[in-house]
Design a protein around this ligand. Structure first.
Ligand SMILES: C[S@@+](CC[C@H](N)C(=O)[O-])C[C@H]1O[C@@H](n2cnc3c(N)ncnc32)[C@H](O)[C@@H]1O
Length: 308
């Protein structure tokens, strides 16, 4: 049996950056934390993704597997004539090579090489032999495809499982929000959103939403939190997390850019000092602030905390 845990730290730390695709540092953090909640709550199951491209996010899911769990990758791969909205470009051989390189093999991998709208939960579950606890949707970005894939995921995840849906807020792909809205208004009976993480939304079965939200308010996302146990007392002025509502459910939404500079500062100090200046100088807020009095003040603190 493959020992996946030995590949995980390097993938989370740096290797994910070497795989072509779409996965940011915040999402890596969010998915690994969701995985920790599942471990704590004893939620087990398989993992999978519709739309894997070269495996950037999929490999993270793969490395989070425990024991007998298995992973399923669904993509049209070489049949790119079916990629109507031209979102990414799956390539099975690059994908498998990345799995070999960053996860040490593919012995726990199942693949379905097909247009996701031609399959449903039944095919996925018969491949895996059981439900999923983590299911990422990032395949076709048109309304009918997204709606279909969400229905597939809703039937394929276990109680407390999490569906991670990409691009709901991406203006490049308005079809994604349309498909999600149709799903919530016309089809869904099981899933509730609980977290908005920049471009991704996270859904789970209703009785578990509070567990995940509770965890996210307590989690160290780079800013000190106070009195976060009860969502009511959460201080949105100090935090990149806001309590909001979506499709009739309470959600936490995370927008680091709101307090981008404070957030980056705290996180960089915590991680390592050399990153601090890089993080600061990449911030658009910093561009705006750097010649002001506040900018000078921040610079003087940075000089003390993270000298060159
Ligand atoms: C945006 S990319 C996925 C990015 C990937 N999740 C990552 O971590 O980098 C979209 C992928 O969906 C695939 N795709 C597009 N339409 C599809 C469909 N109808 N069914 C299955 N896969 C599809 C594309 O081939 C491509 O690999």
């Amino acid at each position: 049996m493959q020992n996946l845990s030995k590949y995980l730290p390097a993938y989370i730390d740096r290797n994910y950056k070497k795989v072509e695709g779409w996965l940011g540092e915040d999402t890596v953090l969010q998915i690994t934390r969701i995985n920790s909640v599942q471990t704590k709550l004893g939620i087990s199951g398989n993992v999978g993704e519709i739309g894997v491209h070269h495996g950037k996010l999929f490999i993270l899911l793969y490395l989070l597997m425990q024991n007998e769990e298995q992973a399923i990758a669904i993509d049209i791969f070489e049949q790119q004539n079916l990629n109507i909205d031209k979102s990414g470009r799956g390539d099975l051989s690059i994908f498998e090579r990345n799995l070999e390189t960053y996860a040490g093999g593919k012995s726990k991998l199942k693949t379905i090489n097909a247009d996701s709208t031609t399959i449903g939960a039944k095919e996925i579950l018969s491949e895996l032999g059981g439900k999923l606890r983590l299911f990422s949707i990032d395949g076709g970005h048109l309304p009918n495809i997204v709606r279909h894939d969400l229905n597939t995921a809703a039937s394929a995840i276990c109680d407390g499982g999490v569906v991670i849906l990409d691009d709901y807020f991406n203006p490049e792909f308005p079809g994604v929000s349309e498909g999600v809205n149709q799903f919530f208004l016309l089809d869904n009976k099981e899933l509730v959103p609980f977290f908005v993480g920049i471009n991704k939304i996270y859904l789970t079965t209703s009785k578990y939403a509070e567990h995940y939200m509770d965890f996210f308010t307590q989690a160290d996302l780079g800013i000190p939190y106070c009195e976060t146990k009860k969502f009511r007392t959460y201080d949105t002025h100090l935090s990149p997390i806001r309590i909001s509502e979506m499709f009739g459910s309470t959600v936490l939404s995370y927008s680091p850019d709101k307090f981008g500079i404070v957030h980056r500062l705290f996180r960089a100090i915590k991680r390592n000092r050399t990153q601090l200046r890089k993080q600061l100088s990449n911030s658009s807020t910093w561009e705006y602030l750097k010649s002001t009095k506040l900018g000078n003040f921040i610079r003087s603190i940075a000089n003390k905390l993270a000298p060159y």
